[in-house]
Design a protein around this ligand. Structure first.
Ligand SMILES: Cc1ncc(COP(=O)(O)O)c(C=O)c1O
Length: 461
């Protein structure tokens, strides 16, 4: 059970939020109710100062702790809003992209090819061409099939490319969902199968490629990692392949450990929680408070892992690709309750202007706190099911969420909505919302609300 909601107005400080003397929720010096009135709901609100400070702190901490060269690349997929990327870029963080669209966006926002790392299991020929033409720093090779393609395209263009091998280390971080962990060889298709010998085969294959240069390894083990020691453990699993590379005459200059670090106040449901929630509507709401995740612990664990892996060999340049831990905690989503339906003795529904079909996809598999904006002091007293406007019964924000009594017209804030909310959103019957940033009591638009004209702009009428 979450700590008594009577003290939620105190707890919200842990999210960098505040409440005024009427108990109304304040972000970046702006009243959430005013923001809802000015821009309408649903509305994404970005805490600009806190986002910049988080990005700066991540970069500073890892640079301080790691004794070699470090390069940090923000994972665009996490929240690809230009206004957000610009804030992160200002702090000296580079770009990690996984599609032609993201690559174009990175170049448009002023990143040079050398500032960009390219990932993903779906690299089209056009994307690979664009990588080579724009002198992208590293293409992280996902498979033998892809390595062959990169070789072929670089020969056609008569231009070389530098690559890292993406390894699937078959490691599932603790407390994560086996079905989705990106470093599991049964749960995800990503990377070359270490246990199955694909990485060794890639070394054999690359020997015959005169324009492709191997520079090191990459892995990404999942998103929302709670125990920073999981990075060290994954690194330990690379000992044999590191030795194999050296024996085969390849030097590992670079180690890209992907992204994935979790955030303190929201987390993915475990496999068991997800099963119980999706099958029996059982929502565990006692999981959010006081989990300890810090950049400092993370940097220590990674440094320890790399130093131990490399022993007395020259330590590699370290690349990191954080997404969630930079943007996740620095945004919230305002949604309005349109009507309350109470089926006596059965269930209470809050029908709101956002659901997973439109805006809150991550609430399907993650725990997020939901706060009543106009009265953060109102005591939690009942379980409700918050649904969206999508006219299908799966369009749910949460089932059986412990909430105060909420009335029609009141506004809720879904906290920690800065990671994978804007990326997943759709225009299912409704326009996508505006995005505003707030800082020191001022607010400005990062993206305007979609209009009817935007929604039909590509259609033949
Ligand atoms: C290759 C890669 N790097 C980085 C990330 C960012 O992960 P996170 O947002 O959890 O930090 C992802 C996310 O899926 C990814 O696939």
């Amino acid at each position: 059970m979450l700590p008594d909601k009577m003290i939620l107005s105190e707890l919200i400080k842990g999210w960098g939020l505040d409440a005024n003397n009427r108990g109304e929720l304040i972000i970046g010096g702006c009243n959430t109710l005013d923001l809802g009135n000015i821009y309408g709901t649903p509305l994404h609100v970005v805490n600009e100062a806190r986002l910049g400070a988080t990005a700066e702190s991540f970069l500073r901490t890892i640079k301080l702790k790691y004794p070699g060269e470090v390069s940090v690349h923000y994972a665009f997929k996490c929240n690809p809003v230009p206004g957000i990327i610009k804030i992160i870029k200002q702090e000296g963080i580079k770009a990690e992209v996984m599609s032609e669209f993201e690559l174009k966006l990175a170049l448009k926002l002023g990143y040079s090819g050398n500032d960009i790392i390219v990932n993903g299991p779906y690299k089209t020929d056009r994307l690979i061409e664009a990588c080579i033409e724009n002198n992208i720093r590293f293409i992280n090779v996902d498979s033998l099939f892809e390595l062959e393609k990169i070789d072929c395209i670089s020969n056609t263009l008569n231009k070389s490319a530098e690559v890292l091998f993406r390894i699937n280390p078959d490691f599932v971080p603790s407390g994560m969902n086996n079905g989705s962990a990106a470093g599991s060889r049964t749960g995800s298709p990503f990377g070359m199968d270490l246990k199955g010998g694909e990485v060794m085969a890639a070394f054999e294959q690359i020997k015959g490629m005169k324009r492709i240069r191997f520079r090191g390894f990459h892995f990404h083990i999942g998103s929302g990692i709670q125990d920073t020691d999981d990075y060290r453990k994954t690194l330990m699993g690379l000992k044999r392949i590191l030795n194999y590379a050296e024996k085969s005459g390849f030097q590992v200059d670079v180690l890209d450990i992907g992204g994935g670090l979790g955030i303190p106040n929201s987390c993915e449901m475990t496999t068991l929680e997800l099963l119980l929630y999706q099958a029996f509507d059982f929502l565990n709401s006692g999981v959010l408070a006081n989990r300890k995740i810090s950049f400092s612990h993370f940097a220590d664990s990674v440094t320890k892992g790399v130093l131990s892996l490399f022993g007395n060999k020259k330590i590699p340049e370290l690349i990191l690709e954080p997404g969630r831990c930079i943007t996740g905690p620095n945004q919230l989503l305002l949604i309005k309750v349109h009507q309350v339906k109470d089926r006596k003795g059965l269930k209470k529904w809050l029908i709101a202007d956002a659901g997973i079909g439109t805006l809150t996809m991550p609430t399907y598999y993650e725990h997020h706190e939901v706060v009543l904006c106009n009265d953060t002091r109102r005591k939690a007293s009942e379980k409700v099911t918050i649904t969206g406007p999508g006219c299908f019964s799966a369009d749910v924000v949460y089932r059986n969420k412990v909430m105060p009594k909420v009335a029609a017209g009141e506004i809720l804030a879904i906290l920690d909505s800065g990671a994978y909310f804007t990326s997943w959103e759709s225009s299912f019957g409704f326009p996508r919302p505006a995005i505003v940033s707030v800082i020191k009591g001022r607010h400005s638009l990062l993206r305007e609300r979609e209009s009817f004209d935007h929604m039909i702009s590509l259609d033949t009428l």
